[in-house]
Design a protein around this ligand. Structure first.
Ligand SMILES: [Ca+2]
Length: 349
């Protein structure tokens, strides 16, 4: 089927976890921070880690810490919100966009759902990947959730993952770490995420975010400039997807602060090349568990995953999925843990 056909058929449900006939339990997403390195957590016996129902406070502390490190000034959202559409169109024209693409963005900005999101600038210019951010993924609670998911949905997605020779525990680990099996897929339309970030290097926004000369760090300025360029390329891809037949709904799919959407948390530039139809209904729905599994596994295979892959190569491939060493180490450690539990279950008969 032509690519356009997939787009037209994909109905774009993004608020629910479409499991088809798969029943999946979803429990709360309390986080646990053990302070241990994922590297230390290759499980031999019982998965280590402090078992606690909630440590959301520590996650909040980590985010405050990020802000303190970089001394971020909040963008004046009232003024910027009022000027957002104008700033975005000006920025895109300055960046060399074709008039017709700018006109499309102008049209989408008229939608009631369009709007400026100051936190996106803040998050994208202050976030740093640390092992601590992933520690809660490597606890008994987390592994228990993975085992529940495997029990409920494993049989349905094992053959899909197998098509690409990617072990089931690796797919389950990615589904857990990315969105907690669909619980944390993001809360704002990706058109607004990429649009807001696209204006981050507009002189007026930069001045607002960085303050007077020398007030904020060079590092933060560097990040804002880099992320703004990146966001415009993703926005361009997104507009292109609509133009190629995806339907305008894709603009309003909710995504994370980094613009990642669906269970695999793909960005627009990954959707077209790596999105796959896992349940053979001719619809690529990244909120459908089989399609998500196929898309994750196909992404990994396309980036070098194969049978009998070495450990170091595994890590390199996961890093292609998400360029974060703590992420890659966490995904592999969690997959080890799931595999270990499955092995123990089999031993116990
Ligand atoms: Ca499908």
């Amino acid at each position: 089927m032509a690519l356009t056909g997939f787009f037209l058929l994909w109905n774009g449900i993004n608020e629910r976890f479409d499991t088809g006939d798969v029943s999946t339990k979803q429990s709360g997403s309390g986080t646990v921070r053990s302070g241990r390195s994922p590297v230390d957590m290759v499980f031999t016996e019982e998965p280590p880690g402090t078992v606690s129902e909630s440590d959301s406070l520590s996650l909040k502390e980590a985010l405050i810490h990020e802000k303190l490190i970089l001394g971020y000034r909040s963008v004046d959202s009232t003024e910027m919100t009022a000027r957002y559409g104008e700033l975005l169109l000006e920025t895109l024209a300055d960046a060399g966009w074709e008039d017709e693409d700018v006109a499309l963005v102008r049209m989408y900005l008229d939608d009631d759902r369009a709007g400026f999101l100051p936190y996106v600038l803040e998050k994208n210019s202050t976030h740093s990947e640390t092992e601590e951010l992933y520690a809660h993924q490597l606890t008994s609670i987390s592994v228990n959730k993975c085992m529940e998911f495997r029990r409920d949905a494993g049989a349905d997605i094992a053959d899909v993952a197998g098509r690409y020779e990617v072990p089931l525990e690796v797919v389950i680990s990615i589904l857990k770490v990315e969105t907690d099996f669909g619980i944390n897929k993001g809360k704002d339309p990706i058109f607004n995420i990429f649009g807001s970030l696209s204006v981050a290097d507009h002189p007026e926004v930069l001045k607002e975010a960085l303050g007077e000369e020398g007030e904020a760090s060079e590092e933060q300025k560097r990040r804002l400039l880099k992320r703004a360029r990146w966001a415009r390329s993703q926005l361009h891809e997104l507009v292109g997807l609509v133009s190629d037949g995806a339907g305008e709904w894709i603009l309003w799919v909710n995504g994370s602060w980094a613009g990642a959407f669906g269970l695999p948390q793909f960005i627009p530039s990954s959707y077209r090349p790596y999105g796959r139809d896992g349940d053979n209904d001719d619809i690529i729905n990244l909120d459908n568990i089989k399609d998500a599994t196929a898309s994750i596994a196909y992404y990994l295979k396309s980036n070098g995953w194969k049978r009998n892959i070495s450990r170091s190569r595994m890590k390199k491939v996961i890093l292609r999925y998400n360029h974060s060493t703590p992420y890659a180490e966490c995904v592999l450690a969690l997959a080890d843990s799931i595999k270990h539990r499955v092995g123990r279950m089999k031993d116990e008969g």
